[in-house]
Design a protein around this ligand. Structure first.
Ligand code: SAM
Length: 355
């Protein structure tokens, strides 16, 4: 059986290395930027659909049904998709997800081409013996058809089983666009990280963000009604500095993480965020230090880890263990659709409100 993986544009090599470490029996099959398939040693469809795997570099994976075949009749890709789904869905009703193959997320949300493809497949599904559920939003246990559309070749079709730990969005792409007035792309990264992690960041809490300039993530937190203490020697966007709505306002500690003392912290914090453009080996001691200072009340951590050197990705398994060793539980790490050369590591202290 074949497995498909959706990864970030440019992260194919990292994904292949992760697969080689985790599943040595798998062999690389088809590979395009952002979409990679593997021939596996899995033989049972149900087990393949229930595979326990929390990859860092595949934000969506599932059973690959293969590419649509070209022929001379009209709409070969729509017919090919439906033929594969009819053969493999075994009469089960499916959610339909259509997403672009290999295009970076900046290709734009919503993707008008994908919406049109979705509607063309849906319009012919019943006549082709494929039962589709009305809305694309999956519920726990639903079988989802994953259609990856390329402009210049066949579409690739897959299936995955939805559950609470996997992204509900087509291709695991965040269904949001960067607001024109966001201070930085980190606005989207924060929104995706919070939604993907399910961590309960809620209005009335306080977050400390280290590496907060110019303030995209801080703006997203403030807009969620969260009070923000930001640490960064760099300039902060004036709209972040001026934000003052209810409980949510921004306090700037204009210094480096190395110069921060316990006495600088103006109030207890609920969430610790790090987004410092330095290697994880440099940042980890400050993550550990702040976790220990704030531990009495802290709920958890969201750390955007930069993969800015060769070998940074190989060190992630050890880094995840080091983060676990701080006492955080349910530590997860993933490269999400808004990330470039970075990943998110997040976790929660035990006994705090659940996800
Ligand atoms: C990717 S940017 C952060 C983007 C930010 N989170 C946002 O939402 O716009 C990385 C930041 O790390 C900051 N930084 C680098 N070294 C630092 C240090 N030693 N202490 C604190 N911040 C640092 C930089 O000034 C820069 O603003």
């Amino acid at each position: 059986m074949f497995v498909f993986c959706v990864c970030q544009f440019g992260s194919e090599r990292l994904l292949k290395a992760e697969v080689a470490r985790t599943w040595p029996a798998w062999r690389l099959a088809f590979s395009r930027p952002g979409y990679v398939t593997f021939k596996t040693d899995l033989t049972d469809r149900s087990r393949a659909l229930a595979l326990e795997w929390n990859p860092v570099f595949a934000r969506r994976f599932g059973l690959s049904l293969g590419p649509t075949k070209d022929d001379r009749l009209p709409a070969p890709q729509v017919r090919g998709t439906l033929r594969l789904l009819q053969m493999h869905a075994q009469g089960q009703a499916l959610r339909l997800h259509v997403f672009p193959m290999g295009l970076p997320h900046e290709g734009g949300f919503p993707c008008p081409h994908c919406l049109a493809v979705h509607d063309r497949i849906a319009a012919q599904a019943q006549a082709s013996g494929v039962s589709l559920l009305a809305q694309p939003e999956p519920q726990d246990g639903d079988l989802v058809a994953d259609v990856a559309c390329a402009d210049d070749g066949p579409w690739w079709v897959g299936l995955h089983r939805h559950h609470a730990r996997v992204s509900p969005w087509p291709g695991a792409n965040l269904p949001l666009a960067l607001p024109p007035d966001a201070p930085s792309r980190a606005w989207l990264i924060l929104e995706e990280g919070v939604r993907w992690s399910g961590l309960p960041l809620t209005s009335g809490q306080t977050a400390l963000e280290v590496g907060c300039a110019p303030g995209g993530a801080s703006m997203a937190l403030l807009q969620r009604g969260i009070d923000v203490i930001g640490v960064d020697p760099g300039e902060i966007d004036p709209r972040v500095l001026a934000f003052d709505r209810g409980y949510a306002r921004f306090t700037w500690l204009r210094r480096r993480m190395q110069d921060l003392t316990r006495h600088d912290l103006p109030r207890p914090i609920d969430w610790l965020l790090f987004d410092v453009n330095a290697g994880s080996n440099v940042v980890l001691p400050y993550v550990e230090r702040l976790l220990s200072w704030a531990r009495a009340r802290l709920h958890g951590l969201l750390w955007t880890v930069k993969l800015n050197s060769d070998g940074a990705a190989d060190r992630l398994p050890r880094l995840i263990e080091q983060v676990r060793a701080t006492g955080l539980v349910d530590v997860r790490c993933a490269q999400l659709s808004c990330h470039h050369r970075e990943v998110l590591i997040c976790g929660q202290f035990p006994g705090r409100p659940g996800r």
